[in-house]
Write a protein that binds this ligand. Sequence first.
Ligand code: ZN
Ligand code: ZN
Length: 497
Amino acid sequence: MPILVTLLLFAVVVYAGWPPPAFDLTPRQSAVFTACLVLASVSAAALVSGSVARAVNRHLDRRAVIARRYLRWRQAAFFLNVGITVLCLFAAGWGWTVRTQVLVEWRGIHRLAPFAELLVPAPYLVTLVLNWAVYWPAERALHLAGGADRPFWSLFGYWLYHARQFAVIVFPPVALGAAHQTVSRYFPQAAHSWWYQGLMPLAAVAVALVLPLALRPLLGLKRMPAGPVRDRLQATAGRVRVRYAEYLLWPTRGAMANALVVGLVPWARYVVFTDRLLDGLDADELDAVLGHEAGHVRHWHLPYYLLFFLLSSTAVTMTVVLGVKAVGWEHSAWANDLLTPLTLAGLGLYLFAVFGWLSRVSERQADVFGSRAVSCGDPACGGHTADTPLAGRRTAVCPTGARTMARALERVMLLNGREPEQAARRFWPRLLGWVRAWQHGPMSARVEFLHRVAERPALAAAHDRKAFGVRVFLVVALAAVIAAAVYAGGRQMWEWI
Ligand SMILES: [Zn+2]
Ligand SMILES: [Zn+2]
């Protein structure tokens, strides 16, 4: 979800054409109305959190049922927060209030104050920030009732744990958007100059390269302690020929079982394991998870995603511009107002569909690579012992390797408190499962694929070929769309963008 949330926030920050409040509210009334809506939403969360905490303490034996219901509420609460924000922006006129009231005078003209656009999504952000504290009692009660051997976060520690993730993942692009708008507002000439327009993409690339270095202090990551676990992971990484600058441990107090790889270049590339994952997986399962992350690196998934985003945003923007021109709206003021939100909405839908597809194919390819990292190379092998020599990155997947990867995925799912999904037969539950897992695909589908690979190891190489084909197809198709748009739009295309 973070990608779509980031995109939505970005759109809300850069959009200028918010409608005035309904019912002729004054700006002050609009602000009070907005505050009441936010307060109502946070109060609902507080009621749920308190009742979950009480219920868990009273009925320890029903913890699993309560946990499942609570998880469902949290998923619904996300949409509730989005809905309330929409209400604030369109009924209470909050966006209009910010854009017309938070002004400063600069060179004789009243303009929106610097970075004031960040106030427009405030209803969403304030609810989010308060909820990190509001859900603490429920989370703590569920954690303690689960018989965990680890103490839970303090209230502030829990809040900070969420704030750090938000600050690292969602906030930077949104702040960059606000910074760009502020510069365009106060120094329009500089914003149109060639050096500024050339510098901005370079700055974005520099941030992408350096961000992994900042991640360590920002998320509070620690060096993984020396010992057999670290040695074994390093040996596995060596076998599949992936270099990491450091092996890091993410202390989440058991809140999350996850692993990730960050960074595009070896000197600033880290592999991160959360405490829960390191404690909860067997050694061979950890190898498989490390192999999965190594698969993302060896198949160049991250740089490819960057290229994909660059080509996609260009292609979508050009298509929207051409569409507006084709229906003859390019001279109307409201079409100009609508161009940005239309483009962003188009980009959101497109990302959900096309990037979702690409990402699911790539995840599966990483699963295949993870299987390979714990395979012996014998397609008919019947199991491994401690001395079975495991192969490198080019060997074939063996049945034991594929089953180890599948077992690791199932274990990760259980550690995160999800029950193995029943393979839903009915259409709607199935569709919902895919929508929820739009970036990775449902775990059950990934596990099932790995079991098929274990039966027929040749499927692994076939999937690698498919993944390669998908990536070539997308680049060629996007390049063709851009070329066609430039041909159809001519020189004007560049001026419009
Ligand atoms: Zn992955
Ligand atoms: Zn084997």
